[in-house]
Design a protein around this ligand. Structure first.
Ligand SMILES: [Zn+2]
Length: 227
């Protein structure tokens, strides 16, 4: 693990919302793993939970907005305290106090914390070049300690958004497509595991006849509840 005393490069390469949004969806799969609903039905039934988890997975980058007034560098305030475990704990705790999205307090808190922390994990492994090269800009995982942490192994090529030309560059498009491919494959693998788990619980994912669909729909409405 590499420690940073300060940013070697004021312009960060960061994972795009593509990666973070898919990671938020992974926590939604965790939430619904014990559900007896089909995937589409689960997404519809628990849409507020899905939206919240995806928002939490992207939330640490809200500090990017603080720098938009800086003409020289939109990244001026990026990778600040929102990229820390303290922020993950506080946000997860606050959200769970307002809404226990998964039934019990601690299950709801854990899912919120996981969704938020997935962002930190992805940024930890993000840099400007794939491989063992320590090109990540580092994040203050243990804020309020000033130390910044970045993996020497870079698994995600980040996008740059120091200004408009950088944001809409070909390099950023390539990075986003890479994320879509890699995180998409991982999401597909998790979906297969999710479907197998559902199947083991007796949930059929076969095409339904109209009569079967009505039966399943009635069954879901009477039985389904966040475990
Ligand atoms: Zn970030």
């Amino acid at each position: 693990m590499r420690l940073h005393g300060c940013h070697p490069d004021p312009f960060h390469a960061v994972a795009s919302p593509v990666a973070h949004t898919l990671a938020g969806f992974w926590t939604f799969l965790l939430l619904t793993a014990r559900s007896k609903l089909l995937l589409i039905a689960a997404c519809v039934r628990y849409l507020p939970q899905l939206i919240l988890l995806v928002l939490l997975a992207n939330l640490p980058d809200i500090d990017f907005l603080f720098g938009l007034g800086d003409r020289a560098n939109w990244d001026a305030f990026h990778h600040g305290f929102t990229h820390s475990f303290v922020a993950a704990f506080v946000v997860a705790f606050a959200v769970t106090c307002v809404w226990r999205m998964a039934g019990s307090f601690w299950r709801s808190f854990s899912l919120c914390f996981l969704a938020y922390s997935s962002h930190l994990l992805i940024d930890f492994f993000t840099g400007t070049k794939l491989g063992w090269n320590s090109t990540g800009s580092g994040i203050p995982l243990l804020w309020p300690l000033a130390k910044e942490f970045g993996s020497p192994l870079i698994l995600v090529v980040g996008v740059k958004h120091k200004d408009f030309p950088a944001l809409f560059s070909l390099a950023n498009l390539q990075s986003s497509l890479y994320e879509l491919l890699v995180f998409g494959v991982f999401t597909a693998a998790l979906l297969v595991a999710w479907l197998r788990h559902q199947k083991s619980r007796g949930v059929s994912h076969q095409p339904q006849t109209p009569a079967r669909a009505v039966y399943n729909s009635n069954s879901m409405q009477s039985n389904e509840r966040i475990p």
